[in-house]
Write a protein that binds this ligand. Structure first.
Ligand code: PRP
Ligand code: URA
Length: 212
């Protein structure tokens, strides 16, 4: 994936450690949810290296000094429902005041085509850095459509974060949205005939919410 300037694959040893537990079929709902959050927090730190800071004056007990801050109210989080919800707290750990929008997409199990069923975004999202989050990037259909939906509603600065990606989906998103940096913690081997990522971790939504 080196050919894409907008793709960033993390190779962090701590993420590798946590991903190995996440994949394990014996990992229960609570631990699965905690791991998704922890991995998202690490990814959020890594993906904010280019954040634009504003100068601010701070009075320490000894003197006034010029320091730097992330501008207030400049970050928003948009999870792709359902599984993206599992990543919201992970971003909130870094940006506790980030407002949250929701975009609902489901994959038609037969055609694998994504379907938008819900969209509610915070006011003023056009001027914020938006973290679009979804743990799984499989065919890339859901991510591509969610990015198009955000752009249609005026979002200009979007970062997409997925925990596990298949090469097919990653390439599709990188090519369709070259202006969007795509952060992925692990690149897996391929998709199976049902559109599941291999080796993957199964159905992220079901494992997060205990629906199967
Ligand atoms: C999963 C996942 C992504 C999508 C990825 O959601 O959370 O949104 O599939 O697949 P794609 O890249 O092929 O579009 P799913 O449709 O299973 O819905 P859920 O989150 O409600 O379980
Ligand atoms: N959605 C999931 O939850 N898992 C996959 O492997 C593919 C899509």
């Amino acid at each position: 994936m080196k050919k894409f300037k907008n793709v960033f694959i993390f190779d962090h040893p701590l993420i590798k450690h946590k991903i190995s537990i996440l994949r394990d079929e014996r990992t229960g709902m609570k631990e699965f949810r905690e791991l998704i959050e922890e991995i998202t927090t690490i990814m959020t730190y890594e993906s904010m290296r280019d954040v634009e800071l504003v100068k601010t004056q701070v009075k320490t007990p000894l003197e006034v000094t010029e320091q730097y801050r992330v501008p207030a109210d400049s970050i928003a989080i948009v999870p792709i429902l359902r599984a993206g919800l599992g990543m919201v707290n992970g971003v909130h750990t870094v940006f506790p005041n980030a407002k949250v929008g929701h975009i609902g997409m489901y994959r038609n199990e037969e055609t694998l085509e994504p379907q938008e069923y819900y969209c509610k975004l915070p006011e003023g999202i056009e001027s914020k850095t938006v973290f679009l989050v979804d743990p799984m990037l499989a065919t890339g259909g859901s991510a591509c459509d969610a990015l198009a939906a955000l752009k249609k509603r005026g979002c200009k600065k979007i970062k997409f974060m997925a925990i596990i990606a298949a090469p097919e989906g990653l390439e599709k998103v990188a090519l369709s949205h070259p202006d969007v940096p795509v952060y992925v913690s692990t690149l897996d081997r391929c998709l199976n005939e049902n559109g599941y990522i291999l080796p993957g971790l199964g159905d992220a939504g079901d494992r997060l919410f205990g629906t199967k």
